[in-house]
Design a protein around this ligand. Sequence first.
Ligand SMILES: C[S@@+](CC[C@H](N)C(=O)[O-])C[C@H]1O[C@@H](n2cnc3c(N)ncnc32)[C@H](O)[C@@H]1O
Length: 314
Amino acid sequence: MFDWRMEADRLAAQLGSSKLHEACDKLSAAYRDSRDTPSARLDGEALVAAYLAVRFPATLAAATSAARAVSESIEARAGGQDFEPASLLDLGAGCGAGALALTEVWPKLDSITAVEQLPSMVKMGKQILPAATWTTCAVESVAELPPHDVVLLSYSLSEAKGLPIERAWQAARQLLLIVEPGTPSGFKTILDARTRLIAAGASIVAPCPSQGACPAVAPDWCHFSARLNRSALHRRLKGGTLGYEDEKYSYLAAWRGPLAPGQLRVLRHPLIEPGRIQIEVCQPPAQGTLIATKRDKDRFRVFRKTRWGDTLER
Ligand SMILES: C[S@@+](CC[C@H](N)C(=O)[O-])C[C@H]1O[C@@H](n2cnc3c(N)ncnc32)[C@H](O)[C@@H]1O
């Protein structure tokens, strides 16, 4: 089976340290600059090597974490139904990190259509997800997006500026998942999509507990964190000695059909002090603060296990 980690090492060795560092720096700079479209600035070979080394693992971790949270919310809110999607349309698929993440969460996803504009990314994607159907073109040029159980835009909506989100939603038989960088700009993309999707009749299944106005007010923004192990190559390229990094992401999942009200969403790492845990939650129409002290044993036990991004009962 094709191992993308080994391929990242092989490509890095082939490209050479200075070219790879340069490509990674450009990629990171483009990600920090919200006006840019990161992928457009790098040529094929360097882009794929840099992407596979640093962005692929981070995107994979974020999309997996988002999809897990979505799966739990669907189970809790959509009448306890088992959601086992079989088909996925991945728009701006890159070399398949987002799609790979979703197959880990929903293993019955075996019919995958991936649309990606860059031939070098598609070439690598075909090795990573050989069973998928790959189309090399701009998503907005596809006359009619074919219906699939799940439609995914993983770190691609803010780049694919010509694609109205309503077109992606129309293609989603059941679920549309959008993942974006966990930056104010990534969150703005999510928030704009949220408004338009609600207007188009979608039910927001995660992370929001309800369809009401989002209580995150600038300079605050709604985002989450996924921890990933750093390979030796990753550490070399990003500097630092830590064996892990935390990828910040924002996400939105739109569901076709009615939903029960959602639970409260945990918005930050819980603040843990001796005998006391404080948790910030999304509790529309506002954000709220919940506190548990050791005296309340059951609640304290639940809070101790609660993580950023989890849900809590009302
Ligand atoms: C940041 S990468 C994310 C790739 C992938 N979705 C993932 O999860 O790793 C964004 C990708 O979207 C692609 N993209 C941007 N605009 C696009 C468009 N209009 N049509 C097709 N692909 C597009 C880029 O070429 C790039 O590969």
